[in-house]
Every structure is written in structure tokens, then in C-alpha cells.
Design a protein around this ligand. Sequence first.
Ligand code: 5GP
Length: 192
Amino acid sequence: MQLLEQRIQKNGKVIGEDVLKVDTFLNHQVDPQLMQAIGQEFAHRFADEKVDRVLTVESSGIAPAVFTALALNVPLVFARKKKSLTLTDDNYQADVYSFTKQETNHIIVDKRFIQPGERILLIDDFLANGQAVQGMLDIAKAAGTTVVGAGIVIEKTFQRGRTLLDDQQVRIEALARIKAFENGHVVFEPEA
Ligand code: 5GP
């Protein structure tokens, strides 16, 4: 997606060897116009999949996921990372190791918000080693749903997320695919 690649080139900041900071438009400050275009693109790519629900993880997945759900006219549920007093015990849980934060989060979805038999589209901001998507897959599977695929805003193809998901035959649609960081610059995979 050209618009997104241009924005990454303009505003993305490479941190160390393998992290891209996108806090001016995605992870902290959010550009609603760009998120809307992203949501419409995911909705277009998964248009034939009869999606019943979008699932993401708080917090950075929510902005692109809400616009995807809006474009598909389906509900969105986001997995929560911390158990709150308002969350019931009737829930699905998975462990997700975050390599950017170097900690394991418990992600939790209330059983009321994901129903057996539903067709689920997973959305996340980044695909790195695939742990966040794997956690959502585990929850979707435990809930007896079908995952139609994963919509990823930014994939780093030099990390092993895609291999992990390919092994489980999960369809991935990534809108920007980063091949490498070279001297602080982003190098994209050619668009298909
Ligand atoms: P994975 O679970 O695939 O290893 O990593 C994906 C999760 O880690 C995403 O939900 C995202 O929040 C975070 N993440 C991974 N790589 C990056 C990155 O380069 N930049 C930012 N800002 N977050 C990342």
C-alpha cells in the first residue's frame, strides 16, 4: 500500500536493529484518515470471507481494527492485556511474549464476545515473530471459531512471524512489508 509506505518513509524511525517506531501515526498519535484507508484496504482484501468479527490486541491494534470492522460492518473485540475487575472469569486466555517490551502478557477475551462457529479476521499493527497473532489464534481456536486470516499493517519479513503462520496455513495480508533496515533506512519488499 503506497500511501502507507510513503508515510513510513517520511515518519518512521528505525530503533536499533529490528524495531520501527511509528508513534506519529499509528502507535501513539493516530492518523484517522490513514487508518480509514487501511481499514478499507483490509475489508477489500477479505471481502469474500464472510467475516463475522474482527479480533485484535490492545492497544496498538485497535485503531486499524476499528476501521476494518467499520468497513466490513461487523463488531470488533480487542483482547485485553490486564485483568480488570469488570472482566468475568468466563474468558479465553493466551500468553504472548513481546520482544519489543521483553515481557510476557496474558491476553484475555470474555467468552461473550467470541462465539463458536464465527468467522474471525485477526488484525494487528506489526508482524514480527508472530507471537501476538499466535495468541489470538489460540483464543480463536479455543472458542471454536474459524480464522479467515490475519491483516497486518506492517510486516517485518526478516523476522519469523510469517513462517510460524504459514506452517498453520493462516492467510496473511500485510500492507507494508519491510525487508530490512539499512543504515537507519527502511527497505521494502517489492509490492506483489
Ligand atoms: P510479534 O508478536 O509478531 O513478535 O510482534 C508483534 C507485536 O509487537 C505487535 O503487536 C507490536 O505491538 C509489537 N511490535 C513488533 N515489532 C514492532 C516494531 O518494529 N515496532 C513497534 N512499534 N512495535 C512492534
